[in-house]
Design a protein around this ligand. Structure first.
Ligand code: C5P
Length: 433
């Protein structure tokens, strides 16, 4: 699990019965190295106490939107002293991330509609842009299935809130069903993957697991990358400018995270680092060859990441030798569609398999197209780059990506190196529901 060392975390606790587990969540956060400030609603305090939260976090607990009503008031910092009425702004600005566990159905509705009249939603609303907000819904199954709750969650995900999904299990009502809050150590593990620096191939033994267990240990990852070249004749081809850099970065980062990695790479410049890192490399030329190579590997792959820029069309017949220029001013090539490798493999996707696609889009409707492909190609995640973005896409060492997940999350990332993008993508994969 990535370490939360030196991270300042706000733990919001709202009025779901699962709040009885909130002190254990605080303790897990502290064990992972975080400095934790708990903020609780009145509802939360029906199920846990400020004393328990304070004891678990080692810090005073905020129990009211009025800063004077803290449990064990902390010595205010100079900025808090200057403006204690806006304590929530100072607290939110000093945090690296906020976790709301449990997040009740009402709190979800309040966050969605902008109702900030309790301490938890008030602090959440005050988080600066870019500070992650992670919520852990917990409620009875019938509440969980309410259209309002599901729509509110979908809206929050689209607006950048991370959701750690509830699990099926015994509920407070005595019934068994969906809506149970995951165990505190599972919550903190997923939370750390969202919040901690993306690399984190190995981490400490904060939760008792052996130090150095990489996040993708034991997983088989299949990655495609680079362009494909579709021959016109013996010397000419139809291709594109894809460099394969994104795929190479994904392969190397996957290795660092403990995976067994196969990279199927179209014709591009060699990446000597791949073999040094132990990536198993297969090189192919055409879309058809890439399809054959992918088909040979899919059955044993746990995660498939298709970042290749496969040519969409190939000449219907490749001429033998070198085609003559001829006397005419124009020439006509008949093209046929290449196989859509991603669409093909996702038809026989196993329920336990994760498939990630890429989408290079342009214009205002880029996101709509990417979302449509996510659905149509039955993907768990799609990584979009907009060709209008400076420094992003083919050939560059940097990329600007937006990630969409099947469960509705939208994560827009700034321009960053392709290595950093790879880390972000892989980290998001490890926390997919
Ligand atoms: O439909 P579009 O080509 O935009 O989809 C892009 C995604 O589909 C990428 O993940 C790419 O690797 C994959 N793809 C494919 N085979 C094709 C075309 C695209 O696997 N022939």
């Amino acid at each position: 699990m990535p370490s939360l060392e030196n991270k300042r975390i706000i733990l919001g606790v709202t009025g779901s019965i699962a709040a009885i587990k909130a002190p254990a969540v605080a303790r897990e956060l502290v064990r992972a190295g975080a400095s934790v400030t708990c903020v609780a609603t009145d509802g939360a305090l029906q199920f846990t106490t400020a004393e328990e939260l304070s004891e678990a976090s080692g810090q005073p607990v905020i129990i009211s939107i009025f800063s004077g009503q803290e449990h064990h008031p902390p010595a205010p910092s100079s900025s808090q002293r200057r403006g204690s009425d806006v304590w929530h702004v100072h607290l939110a600005r000093s945090a690296d991330a906020m976790l709301i566990a449990p997040c009740s159905a009402s709190a979800i509705g309040m966050l969605r509609t902008g109702i900030y009249d309790n301490a938890v939603t008030l602090v959440a609303a005050s988080l600066p842009k870019g500070t992650p907000l992670v919520i852990v819904p917990a409620m009875d199954e019938d509440m969980w299935l309410q259209a309002a709750v599901q729509e509110n969650l979908a809206w929050l995900k689209r607006h950048g809130v991370f959701v750690i999904e509830p699990v099926v299990g015994k509920l407070a009502s005595g019934l068994t069903g969906m809506g149970r809050m995951p165990e505190p150590e599972d919550i903190v593990e997923k939370f750390a993957r969202i919040v901690a620096p993306a690399s984190s191939p190995v981490s400490g033994s904060a939760n008792g697991e052996p130090a150095g267990t990489p996040a993708l240990q034991g997983k088989r990852i299949l990655i495609t990358g680079g362009p494909t070249y579709e021959p016109i004749d013996a010397v000419r081809f139809i291709g594109n400018r894809s460099s394969g850099k994104m795929a190479a970065a994904l392969a190397i980062e996957s290795k660092h995270m403990g995976a067994d990695v196969t990279l199927i790479l179209g014709p591009t410049t060699p990446f000597p680092l791949l073999e040094k890192e132990g990536v198993s490399l297969r090189t192919v030329g055409t879309a058809e060859e890439m399809l054959q190579a992918v088909n040979a590997e899919t059955a044993t792959a746990d995660i498939i990441i298709m970042s290749a820029a496969v040519a969409d069309f190939a000449p219907e017949h490749a001429s033998e030798g070198k085609m003559k220029k001829g006397a005419g001013e124009t020439m006509t090539l008949t093209l046929k569609k290449t196989p859509d490798i991603l669409a093909e493999i996702s038809k026989s996707k196993r329920p336990d398999q994760i498939i990630v696609g890429f989408a290079l889009e342009k214009g205002d409707e880029a996101e709509d197209y990417a979302r449509k492909k996510l659905l149509e190609k039955n993907l768990d995640m799609i990584v979009m780059n907009n060709i209008a973005d400076e420094g992003a896409g083919f050939g560059y060492d940097t990329n600007k990506i937006t990630i969409f997940t099947k469960s509705g999350e939208r994560i827009a990332l700034p321009l960053m190196s392709k290595e950093q993008c790879a880390k972000e993508i892989l980290n998001r994969i490890t926390i997919l529901p």
